[in-house]
Design a binder for this molecule. Structure first.
Ligand code: GMT
Length: 379
């Protein structure tokens, strides 16, 4: 198949630990492996951006502070850097991950460039850009404008696509391109990691998130406190944020000997392979990349049936979904998996298969390549 000439792609995302930045970084890595040139533009090097990878470049956005500004501005310096990188490297595409302020800055960058030298703008919606900021009257109209003016818009789940049409009344097609995950080989063995965690025969229940309120760490801990028998499990939390505010609750619930926290882990594969059950009690998720990461390691998950999660997990076949906010159901589902290793195995293998078939780089990255080529060909 003629895959066409390699493209020059600018990617802007949040560099911090969060699903959109992780997805954007992994996409950049996969595009570079496929021969494209990838330019990351952000205020910091993204957390999981590949280093020492040929054809991957990072362009920091410099932000100066001025006494006149009560609130520092990022959008304008970002747009200037986007325009500069587009011009200097002849970018074909600016791919904005998370609409605010990345898509707006990309459009402004294009407006600063001469006609004929403007890259195409693709915006990928990740979730709260629609569900939270889209509802904010101070942001909604600007997000809607950015989506209407982008050359293409994608959403990471069919649920988010529907929600964006509903919340923002965006009168244009939005393509659904699900997230993907391509695990790296773990650096240590499962036994080594479990030894580091101080786990012997206990079932490792794993939660990974940035700990924001909608991840419902309160329900996560309450569920753990009610699991019986309590000596049968350990809860491992991979925290993409500061866990200190939850330490008091861990003690209050008598969980100090059950909960193990690791912050800002980069070799997540080490811990994913050591896990037996995933637990994700979120109030809302457009996709839940952490859930997919666990599935890739044949770890069956218990999660809430919210947002795009039912597109990732088939309840009863590749994991167990329960109603949001229902601690009884969470406890019941996790206990059923703790007690039944054979069921864990069956669900886990099916989860891995579903992840490979639907959400691997091989399945998803060509969808982005095809989209880039289509918008570039549109002139
Ligand atoms: O979930 C977060 O708080 C972070 C947020 C982000 O933008 O980094 O995650 C969103 O994008 C992820 C990657 O596409 C999705 O897996 C998450 O489900 C989504 N979060 C929400 O919809 C709340």
């Amino acid at each position: 198949m003629d895959r066409g000439r390699p493209l020059k792609i600018g990617i802007t995302c949040y560099p911090t630990v969060g699903g959109s930045g992780i997805l954007a970084s992994e996409l950049g890595e996969e595009l570079a492996k496929r021969g494209h040139e990838v330019h990351f533009i952000s205020y910091e090097q993204p957390f999981r951006m590949p280093v020492n990878e040929p054809r991957v470049f990072f362009h920091p956005v410099q932000i100066n502070t001025y006494d006149l500004f009560k609130y520092p501005d990022y959008t304008l310096p970002l747009s200037v850097k986007m325009a500069e990188v587009s011009r200097d490297h002849g970018l074909d595409v600016l791919h904005a991950h998370y609409a605010v302020p990345h898509a707006t800055a990309a459009l402004l960058a294009c407006a600063m460039l001469p006609a004929g030298r403007r890259p195409k703008v693709i915006t990928t919606l990740h979730g709260t850009d629609t569900t939270l900021l889209g509802r904010d009257p101070g942001y909604g109209p600007a997000i809607r404008h950015a989506l209407m003016c982008s050359d293409a818009v994608t959403a990471v789940s069919a649920w988010l696509e529907r929600e964006t049409h509903r919340v923002l009344a965006v009168d244009r097609p939005i393509e659904v391109i699900h997230n993907f995950f391509e695990p790296q080989p773990p650096r240590r063995t499962r036994a080594e990691v479990r030894r580091e965690l101080g786990v012997d025969r206990e079932v490792v229940v794993l939660h990974a998130s940035n700990l924001r309120p909608l991840k419902r760490i309160d329900l996560l801990l309450e569920t753990a406190a009610r699991l019986r028998p309590r000596e049968a499990f350990k809860l491992v939390i991979l925290a993409g944020g500061d866990f200190a505010p939850f330490a008091g609750e861990v003690r209050r619930l008598g969980l100090a000997d059950r909960v193990i926290v690791r912050e800002r882990v980069s070799a997540i594969e080490d811990y994913l392979q050591a896990a037996d059950v995933g637990l994700f009690p979120s109030d809302l998720e457009s996709f839940c990349l952490s859930l997919l990461e666990a599935m890739c390691f044949a770890c069956p998950c218990v999660a809430t049936a919210v947002g795009g999660i039912p597109e990732v997990v088939t309840s009863g076949a590749t994991g167990l979904l329960v109603p949001p906010g229902d601690v009884d159901a969470l406890v019941h589902a996790v206990e059923s998996l703790i007690r039944d290793p054979a069921r864990r195995l069956v669900l886990g293998q099916a989860a891995r298969q579903q992840a490979r078939t639907l959400f691997s780089a091989e399945a998803i990255v060509p969808r982005y390549e095809e989209l880039y080529r289509r918008v570039c060909a549109a002139g």
